[in-house]
Ligand binder design. Structure first.
Ligand SMILES: Cc1cc2nc3c(=O)[nH]c(=O)nc-3n(C[C@H](O)[C@H](O)[C@H](O)COP(=O)(O)O)c2cc1C
Length: 213
């Protein structure tokens, strides 16, 4: 007989803590952005284990200003998608410059099907009363991305143009500001990872090298 464990009981049970460690460099090299997901829903334990890693991130004054809202219901995902796509339509109408060119070249549009297709959405909030709240929360996002990779899950760090409306939808207390929405599931996206700069192009020893010009 199959028992769907109550989410709270699961958190208290400690089952989310069994991890098979993997090399961080390998995970970082392998991780890529995923915008298409398989229908099959991953077990919640995988997501909770990744969040267990995320909350170990360092933070200004150890304030741990992050909060993660997990959305699984079809109805809530639909509402999130509708709100975001409304904002995206307005954004795409006005958009110009480098970002506009880049988005067009890559084939991005106002449509965000991953917001309703992904089995889970994780909405990441920062309590902006804390010192360095935004920096700390994004560090936790970095941890989370690698931990999801370790679990065989994919995601995209989606940054909606109209975060306020989402904050209202999930009753976020007024000091909690939405940083990103992470649609999460098993990857079904052919798109390869974008190329990274070489190590020698992004480091200097002691000082920046003098520029020739
Ligand atoms: C701060 C931040 C904001 C991003 N916002 C979006 C977004 O709104 N929509 C999207 O499709 N991808 C978004 N991305 C994903 C980036 O486009 C992606 O990480 C980058 O192009 C490199 O691709 P890769 O992760 O597959 O190597 C964002 C990434 C970061 C770190």
């Amino acid at each position: 007989m199959f028992f769907e464990l109550d989410r709270k009981t699961l958190l208290d049970s400690g089952t989310v803590l069994s991890v098979t460690p993997m090399n961080v460099l390998e995970l970082a090299k392998r991780r890529r952005t995923v915008r298409k997901f398989k229908n099959k829903k991953p077990p919640i334990e995988k997501l909770l284990r990744a969040l267990e890693a995320a909350k170990e991130a360092p933070s200004g004054m150890n304030a741990q200003p992050w909060h993660f809202v997990i959305i699984e219901s079809i109805e809530m995902k639909k509402q999130v998608r509708e709100i975001c796509e409304k904002g995206e339509r307005q954004f795409y109408e006005k958009m110009k410059g480098k970002l506009g060119e880049w988005l067009q070249e890559k084939g991005f549009t106002w449509e965000k099907p991953f917001l309703s297709d992904a089995p889970y959405l994780v909405l990441v909030f920062a309590d902006v009363r804390a010192p360095f709240a935004v920096q700390s929360t994004w560090l936790a996002v970095g941890y989370l991305l690698l931990a999801l990779e370790e679990e065989g899950l994919g995601t995209v760090t989606y940054t909606p143009p109209n975060p306020k409306e989402i904050e209202e939808l999930v009753n976020a207390p007024k000091h909690y500001k939405l940083q990103t929405i992470l649609p999460i599931g098993y990857p079904d996206d052919e798109k390869p990872k974008y190329e990274r700069k070489a190590l020698e192009d992004v480091i200097s020893f002691e000082k920046f090298e003098e520029k020739e010009s």
